[in-house]
Design a protein around this ligand. Structure first.
Ligand SMILES: Cc1cc2nc3c(=O)[nH]c(=O)nc-3n(C[C@H](O)[C@H](O)[C@H](O)COP(=O)(O)O)c2cc1C
Length: 304
């Protein structure tokens, strides 16, 4: 079995990827950038360039992800990424459920109009110089949309299809439509399952390769546990926290982005510290570094 780390905007950037690999082991066969959108005039943002720069991803197999509904712009950015950084595979985002993204017909908004999706893929595969994989949902409002969408994907030589078997309207909660994932079993490309894997119990051999997001963010030792290793100790979680904190501190301009990024991480990692509800309440309220550090001391007090 192989594992992929799911892209999570604001969380799984290069600092996180490297810390995860260095401190919990090299268990992920592929990592993905959060989506980037083409900016034909302005070009890529320096933050996006830094995140995918090979110097920041040594020993990591990274797949840059693009979100776009314009085939020309998609291709032009994909080819720029290959020319500048050497990446041979690009992932297309057909899964993002955010209202603003979908209203512009991007992300899972691409699934609203199957004919348009078909034309987009036709144009892309006619001209692409790189491998294209897709990360998709199974529809917008109803899982019945999936069979038509799947037939469209099957027409193209995708390098792989990552399926989060929920519809856009569900966001990141509610029923997982496993039967829709199973419908893709005879697809002519590799199919990868993504969604709600939180413990080693949840594996149940859904596919040979699994993509995991929130489960790893909550417990960074999940990859190691899946390969038979032990759960993270409090000492390990502290070392992981301290490394990410100090690298973010050097990266961000002021304390506010640092604190908000760390709070987001803790909104997942808090599950490792039962009985520390009071400390996490203080952490949520922390407005400056002194308050943040005091709350963190409370979280780790008597645990390490
Ligand atoms: C905060 C957040 C940010 C995300 N950012 C992205 C993204 O940039 N690109 C993408 O394809 N999916 C993104 N996702 C979706 C995840 O990659 C994944 O599909 C989803 O969390 C379901 O998998 P999980 O249950 O293992 O977390 C994001 C999800 C969350 C919660």
């Amino acid at each position: 079995m192989e594992l992929y780390l799911a892209p999570m905007e604001g969380i799984t950037g290069y600092i996180y990827r490297n810390a995860l690999k260095d401190l919990f082991g090299d268990h992920f066969r592929k990592y993905f950038t959060a989506f980037i959108t083409p900016r034909p005039k302005a070009g890529m943002r320096s933050k996006e360039r830094n995140d995918m720069h090979p110097d920041n991803n040594k020993g990591i197999t990274l797949v840059p992800q693009i979100m776009s509904r314009d085939a020309e712009e998609f291709l032009s950015l994909a080819h720029e990424i290959r020319a500048d950084f050497g990446y041979e595979e690009i992932n297309l985002n057909c899964g993002c459920p955010s209202g603003t993204v979908v209203s512009h017909g991007r992300g899972s908004g691409m699934l609203k109009d199957p004919e348009y999706l078909d034309r987009f893929l036709f144009e892309v595969f006619e001209k692409t110089e790189v491998k294209i994989s897709v990360k998709t949902r199974i529809g917008v409002t109803d899982p019945d949309e999936w069979s038509q969408l799947l037939e469209i994907y099957k027409k193209y030589p995708l390098s792989e299809l990552i399926i989060h078997p929920r519809v856009q309207k569900q966001g990141y909660g509610g029923k997982i439509w496993k039967e829709c994932f199973e419908m893709a079993a005879d697809a002519p490309f590799r199919v990868i399952y993504n969604g709600d894997i939180k413990t080693t119990e949840d594996l149940k051999c859904l596919s040979d390769t699994l993509m995991i997001g929130r489960g790893v963010i909550a417990d960074p030792s999940l990859g190691r546990q899946i390969y038979g290793g032990v759960k993270a100790s409090a000492e390990e979680l502290k070392a992981f926290h301290d490394r990410i904190f100090s690298e973010y501190e050097a990266l961000f301009d002021g304390p506010q982005p640092l604190i908000s990024h760390m709070k987001e991480l803790w909104s997942y990692m808090c599950i490792n510290f039962p009985g520390k509800e009071k400390e996490f309440k203080a952490l949520k309220k922390a407005r400056n570094l002194a308050e943040y550090k005091a709350a963190i001391r409370g979280v780790f007090y008597a645990a390490v």
